[in-house]
Design a binder for this molecule. Structure first.
Ligand SMILES: Cc1cc2nc3c(=O)[nH]c(=O)nc-3n(C[C@H](O)[C@H](O)[C@H](O)COP(=O)(O)OP(=O)(O)OC[C@H]3O[C@@H](n4cnc5c(N)ncnc54)[C@H](O)[C@@H]3O)c2cc1C
Ligand code: FES
Length: 260
């Protein structure tokens, strides 16, 4: 893990309230893996760094994809090309792509495409076929088709029905699950709970489903226990043991002491 003042190459609002930021960060880019994240220092007054997934890597550059939800991400959205930000990473344990897997099903809810893009690129480099189910509240919150790798054809659902199937993206899982050797998901906790609850209906039983847990983090270093999650193997820290976990391993009834 390295700490670095990374220079911002570009910071564009690519969808309303959603920014794609490219950074020059040779030491972190050198070892980053899909599913890992960086801890970003957002202005000196905010002592707690914010966790953001590594969205893409291109040589010595890294991309972050983030939604403006509060003070930290609002500050980040205002940074211009040429400025520097203090980042720590790569952090955590990312996705495990098995050497025997050929067909992957990726499920992105909302900003969930953030870590899955990097995974899709890695899988395509290994000649896997990638199916992406992408869900958003409305059409203008969907990641642009033009920004996805050409080999990935997204299957879309929007909650308000403005494009694609109307409703939750999880409804489409049974139509695409049969060929999948592995399933990877990133989205809100409610999406994971739904998947866990409807495992049989969604035909997820017996499948490996790795997901990235997005919880509030204090330190990101395993020191504050602010990110503790209950699993079948006991209490785990999302920052250190995750953020990627198997769907089946989390105790979904009350994973965060009623936090979420
Ligand atoms: C491993 C990991 C990877 C993440 N990757 C991304 C990413 O790639 N892109 C992205 O947009 N976001 C990502 N997040 C969520 C991101 O960290 C938060 O949105 C961010 O910290 C909010 O900071 P803020 O100061 O803007 O908001 P705050 O002012 O701290 O909070 C504003 C609102 O956002 C909610 N919130 C804050 N932190 C989180 C969180 N960690 N998870 C869920 N809700 C939160 C708060 O409850 C509050 O309602 C990730 C989280 C984790 C743990
Ligand atoms: S965020 Fe502090 S222990 Fe995980």
């Amino acid at each position: 893990m390295k700490q670095e003042l990374a220079s911002i190459i570009a910071n564009d609002e690519i969808m309303p309230g959603i920014h794609l930021m490219w950074l020059k960060s040779p030491p972190i880019a050198a070892s980053a893996q899909p599913g890992q994240f960086v801890m970003v220092r957002c202005e000196k007054e905010y002592p707690l760094r914010r966790p953001l997934s590594i969205h893409q890597r291109d040589g010595d550059r890294l991309a972050l994809l983030f939604t403006k939800v509060g003070k930290g991400t609002d500050w980040l959205a205002k940074r211009k090309a040429g400025a520097h930000i203090d980042i720590l990473g790569p952090m955590g344990n990312g996705f495990s792509l098995y050497p025997t897997s050929h067909n992957l099903l990726l499920i992105a809810g909302g900003i969930g495409i953030a870590p899955l893009f990097f995974l899709a690129k890695q899988a395509l480099n290994r000649s896997c076929s990638v199916t992406l189910l992408e869900g958003a509240s409305t059409a203008n919150q969907l990641y642009s088709r033009d920004l996805l790798p050409a080999e990935v054809e997204p299957i879309i659902a929007t909650e308000d029905g403005t494009t694609g199937k109307a409703g939750m993206i999880t409804k489409l899982i049974p139509n695409y699950i049969n060929l999948a050797d592995q399933v990877f998901a990133c989205g809100p906790i409610a999406m994971y709970k739904d998947m866990a609850l409807k495992k049989r209906e969604l035909k997820l039983e017996g499948k490996s489903v790795q997901l990235s847990l997005e919880v509030r983090m204090g330190c990101g270093l395993g020191a504050c226990y602010g990110c503790t999650v209950k699993t079948k193997q006991g209490l785990k820290q999302v920052c250190k043991d995750g953020p990627v976990f198997e769907l089946n391993d989390i105790l979904w009834d009350d994973p965060f002491n009623n936090y979420s």
